[in-house]
Ligand binder design. Structure first.
Ligand SMILES: [Zn+2]
Length: 175
């Protein structure tokens, strides 16, 4: 049976069965913490953070933002970004996401920031933000966004995420 206790957290609730053998997991102490463990095959559930990559494209005093066409934060604006696939280089992930969402072919220039903190239940725990340079392409929205536009830092639309606001704040203070 599954043992629950006061240390149960949300992430435990979504894993009940062993992904290797299908046995019900037991909540027990392993490697210094309470974790779901399979007593049949020994598999232990160590939850991993979800990691996203975001791209900052600027043309002097303007930055490129995309408008979200999906919930949460539908209709609000953010940097082009998305989850990094398992085994994918974060730099390649941000280039892929920028192309998918903006139509622009970009390459990474430099690392801007790494921000920790999940903002909603489907969100990333860690966001890696790169400055990226546009190589080619024509701006057109795709994937989870329905508009792509450049904005002046002092004339921004409604922003979707705290992470995006943090980046914008850094840029505003630098400018
Ligand atoms: Zn198992």
């Amino acid at each position: 049976m599954i043992y629950r206790n006061k240390l149960e957290t949300n992430w435990m609730a979504d894993v009940n069965y062993c992904i290797r053998c299908g046995e019900l997991l037991k909540i027990t102490k392993v490697s210094g913490a309470i974790r779901p463990v399979c007593e049949n095959c020994g598999w232990v559930y160590f939850p991993d953070p979800k990691v996203a990559a975001a791209g900052l494209i600027s043309d002097g005093n303007r930055i490129l933002l995309v408008r979200r066409s999906v919930d949460p934060y539908r209709g609000k604006w953010t940097l082009p970004a998305g989850f990094i696939d398992a085994g994918e280089d974060p730099r390649k992930a941000v280039e892929r996401e920028c192309l998918e969402e903006t139509g622009l072919c970009v390459e990474v220039d430099s690392l801007l920031d790494v921000i920790f903190g999940q903002e909603h239940s489907k969100g990333a725990h860690i966001v890696i933000v790169y400055r990226v340079n546009v190589l080619s392409g024509t701006m057109r929205p795709g994937d989870d966004v329905d508009q792509v536009e450049f904005f002046l830092l002092d004339k921004l639309p409604e922003i979707a995420f705290t992470t995006t606001l943090k980046i914008i704040e850094v840029l505003q203070n630098a400018g």
